[in-house]
Write a protein that binds this ligand. Structure first.
Ligand code: FO1
Length: 308
């Protein structure tokens, strides 16, 4: 069964790991948001893509919530000593991956080709595919002006209220060919429990024309009115959207026929049905690898039971 998950941030990366465990090698593709990407000291850093690569490879740094485990920051310390701003925690092992990606791209590889090569070298049996080979960059409008996503998320610690979001380059960008193939060829497309506005909207803007609503199942990133990780609820509220699982369902009603919400939000199931979506009330909180595998298995079970 070919499954493709749209992923940005922690929740979707974890569900991708769960799906990788319950599906056969080669059955899973992960399409990652690249709007959080940013060039740092000449190297393209791809946080959402790299989090998926590292998690699938068993290299992820669970303590810090980004980058590689057992990391050191000697290069960053040197940059600081040389007067560079050191607010973005680029680790030494992480730099190794950025140097390879940069080298592959200098040799002519597209971003998706370079990512596929890195996945091969990490011996992954999952296709990790950036949504586009073209640059798309989130710009966060705040009262103090526009910030890049990493300036807002890391340097400003998500504190400035978000007055608006725009995705620089999105109009000119085209979806990565492998991403189109992964969506078109999927029996099931899962919209992962990611930030709908920051992570999923850019992917759907590019791949939406290739999505078939009856084959799309979305998982709410909001549980009991809270986001388990990251600024999802704050951003949805600041941009005038209902920061609840029902608000997320409304955001996805046009693209997804199936919607998974947490047992804490069971009372919202009727509201989801009223949107023309089929609700599935599951335990969506993934506390560990077992939780990831459990949710993945449940998602496939309810999908197969839906008989689409
Ligand atoms: N997040 C932080 O909160 N602080 C950091 O210093 C930081 C560094 C970093 C380096 C590489 C990388 O791939 C991700 C990094 N992140 C950091 C996470 C990143 O800002 C977010 O994961 C995504 O952009 C949003 O999901």
């Amino acid at each position: 069964m070919r499954v493709t998950i749209l992923a940005g941030g922690t929740g979707a990366a974890r569900l991708a790991c769960g799906l990788a465990r319950v599906l056969a090698p080669g059955e899973l593709s992960v399409i990652t948001n690249t709007a959080d990407d940013e060039v740092m000291w000449g190297l393209l850093v791809c946080p959402d893509t790299d989090a998926v690569l590292y998690r699938l490879a068993g290299l992820f740094n669970e303590d810090s919530g980004f980058g590689v485990r057992d990391e050191s920051f000697h290069a960053l310390e040197m940059l600081g000593q040389l007067g560079e701003p050191a607010w973005f925690g680029l680790g030494d092992r992480d730099l190794g991956l950025h140097l390879l990606r940069s080298t592959l791209r200098h040799r002519g590889a597209s971003l998706s080709q370079a990512t596929a090569e890195i996945g091969r070298r990490l011996r992954l049996q999952v296709a990790v595919i950036p949504m586009s080979d073209d640059p798309v960059r989130t710009r966060v409008a705040t009262d103090a002006g526009e910030l890049s996503f990493q300036e807002w998320f890391v340097r400003s610690r998500c504190e400035p209220p978000v007055r608006g979001l725009r995705f620089d380059g999105l109009e000119q960008a085209v979806p990565a060919p492998a991403a189109v193939g992964a969506v078109s060829g999927a029996d099931l497309v899962v919209i992962g429990p990611s930030n709908p506005l920051l992570s999923i909207d850019p992917i759907c803007a590019l791949l939406g024309p290739h999505l078939r609503r009856e084959r799309v199942l979305a998982v709410s990133p909001v549980v009991g009115g809270r986001a388990l990780k990251g600024p999802t609820v704050a951003i949805m509220a600041q941009l005038g959207e209902d920061p609840s699982a029902l608000g997320v369902a409304r955001h996805y009603a046009a693209v997804a026929a199936e919607f998974v919400l947490d047992v804490a939000d069971g009372a919202l199931a009727d509201g989801v049905s009223a949107l023309g979506m089929r609700p599935h009330v599951l335990d969506t909180v993934m506390a560990d690898a077992e939780g990831e595998t459990h949710l993945a298995g449940e998602v496939l079970r309810v999908w197969q039971a839906a008989g689409r």
